[in-house]
Design a protein around this ligand. Structure first.
Ligand SMILES: [Zn+2]
Length: 554
């Protein structure tokens, strides 16, 4: 009798428990979302962007402060070390500084031509060598320098460029012609990006890869090229000391280009037009390039910070939140403020990692899949920390469900629109749309896809390895002040603060829109962490093939 009563009691209790636990779970998600706050976000941003953190430059005292702060915050949020018993992943970097006292000399025309470093051309090497020389290297115009089987396009077809100097246009034929049938129309594909062009030239065995600078297709002026390609240049180091990359990676101005083509007896504008057409054949210029770079080499080690929330039932499948912790450090040559605090870029995204980790802790019990919080280094130096993780992953990429990247949150208040960079590429877009519908926001593409923003933050190295990666956030349609006002704010920031010491924390920032974006990041990550499916790239995306192969071999 007693036994029966106990069993009966147990059954009733169990069903109440099951009922409650379902209800509890739903309740906990809302509680987790509600635990996110603008105040806590602001506190983290203020600390990370304070002068004490010295602009968070990789492999500097500012790095020590930053990564230890992140480790402490991750621990407080209940994360465990994401790399064995460590919260850090070492990222070996090499810093190569070329002596700017060098000329590019072109021979083979009537008279030798001499071009000055910085004003007429820039050049760097990734090869870890104190001196690299390009000597009497045949110059060949290879159009856009693209070999893209999916677009039936090969600028290298039928030619051998081993040891030669390839000269090429920036962006891709779709941008130049605005023909929606060519590549991705005006939106830049990865084939349009300079990183791709140097990679392809190296695969083809070229000694020297030269990109012709034109402001519109590059999306930035010569000044940006000068800044980026002079002074110390950071890169990852492969075992062979980057011997497989081109000896020299260079840009030349449009004026330099015209002078060179004239000396070659060629019409630059005509050849450029030809290069936009399918079936273009590379054109030897009959000239030879000569250049020597003398380099100062410094090896250093920076660190990604990684915390893990182990999943409850499918712990070997992973959702990764990423944000870059680094910025530009200090410049002692500047008068006045010398510290690049990088408050918006990207103390905000880094702070978001901490806040999201804390929100997941509020769930009460962990989600089914594991969630990783990855703060990467050296984004500003060319996505190096994320590239290192994506090519040396701690957890298999075939088991990595998705990446959600956060780079510079919204500081202007609530926006109606959510913008996806690389809109239409992956099924993660549908997660954003579902969320937007739930809260009455609208999803729109990034308004300037020709600028290639998709290739310019930390989601991209993951995409390149096939992992669906999302970069989405507030747009410009301010809920009260409208679109023109919203656009004006972002333009003002780019003009006055972007990558400048004036990117500082301001207690008057309106973080209410950033908070809504945090809700979105949390909800999408949570949804992915509770599903068993693997989202993929959409048909036509250049990253789909890699993912398909990986999924088959999983
Ligand atoms: Zn930046």
């Amino acid at each position: 009798m007693i036994k029966k009563i106990i069993i009966c009691f147990l059954i009733i209790n169990l069903s109440i428990f099951l009922f409650l636990s379902c209800d509890r779970k739903a309740h906990d998600v809302e509680a987790a979302v509600a635990s996110l706050s603008t105040d806590e976000l602001a506190v983290d941003v203020e600390i990370l962007s304070s002068d004490e953190f010295e602009g968070r430059f990789p492999a500097s005292p500012g790095e020590e402060k930053t990564i230890n702060f992140l480790k402490d915050e991750f621990e407080k949020a209940g994360l465990i070390p994401g790399n064995g018993d460590s919260f850090f992943q070492e990222v070996p970097l090499v810093e190569i500084t070329a002596n700017p006292q060098t000329d590019l000399v072109i021979t083979g025309g009537k008279n030798p031509l001499e071009f000055a470093f910085e004003d007429d051309f820039v050049g760097v090497t990734l090869q870890v060598q104190e001196k690299v020389t390009v000597e009497d290297s045949d110059m060949i115009f290879v159009g856009y320098g693209i070999a893209a089987p999916e677009y039936q396009w090969n600028d290298y077809e039928g030619i051998d460029v081993k040891g030669k100097t390839v000269v090429m246009l920036v962006n891709d034929p779709g941008f130049a012609t605005e023909d929606p049938e060519l590549f991705n129309g005006r939106a830049m594909t990865y084939y349009g990006r300079w990183t791709y062009k140097y990679e392809e030239a190296a695969r083809q065995g070229a000694a020297c890869a030269v990109i012709i600078h034109e402001t519109e297709p590059a999306a930035y002026g010569w000044g940006v090229v000068q800044n980026g390609w002079t002074g110390p240049n950071f890169s990852l180091v492969s075992e062979d000391g980057n011997a497989s990359s081109c000896a020299v990676e260079s840009w030349i101005t449009l004026e330099t280009t015209r002078t060179i083509f004239e000396a070659a007896g060629k019409n630059y504008d005509e050849l450029k037009k030809l290069a936009e057409q399918p079936g273009f054949k590379a054109v030897p210029l009959g000239l030879k390039a000569n250049l020597t770079l003398e380099n100062r080499i410094r090896n250093s080690v920076s660190r990604n910070v990684i915390g893990l929330l182990p999943g409850s039932t499918r712990a070997d499948e992973y959702i990764i939140y990423t944000a870059h912790w680094d910025h530009f450090g200090k410049n002692h040559n500047l008068e006045g403020d010398q510290i690049f605090n990088g408050a918006l870029d990207n103390a905000t995204g880094t702070a978001a990692l901490i806040e999201l980790a804390e929100a997941f802790q509020q769930l009460g019990s962990p989600p089914e899949r594991s969630v990783l919080f990855l703060a990467v280094t050296a984004e500003e130096q060319g996505l190096l920390g994320s590239d290192y993780y994506a090519t040396n992953p701690i957890y298999p990429l075939t088991k990595t469900v998705a990446v959600i990247n956060m780079d510079s949150l919204n500081i202007y208040g609530r926006m109606k629109d959510i913008r996806i960079v690389g809109y239409g590429q992956s099924e993660l877009d549908d997660y954003v749309k579902a969320y937007a519908e739930e809260v009455g926001r609208v999803v729109l593409p990034n308004p300037t896809p020709e600028k290639g923003s998709f290739f310019r933050s930390d989601h991209f190295p993951f995409a390149k390895q096939g992992v669906p990666a999302l970069s989405a956030g507030s747009g410009i349609q301010h809920v009260e002040k409208g679109e023109e006002w919203g656009l004006a704010q972002t333009e003002k920031y780019i003009r006055e603060k972007y990558h400048k010491p004036s990117d500082e924390f301001d207690p008057d920032w309106d973080l209410s829109g950033a908070l809504e974006d945090l809700h979105m990041y949390f909800k999408i990550g949570y949804r992915l962490s509770m599903e068993s499916t693997f989202p993929n790239w959409k048909e036509g995306s250049e990253f789909k093939q890699k993912r398909d192969t990986d999924m088959e071999n999983r």
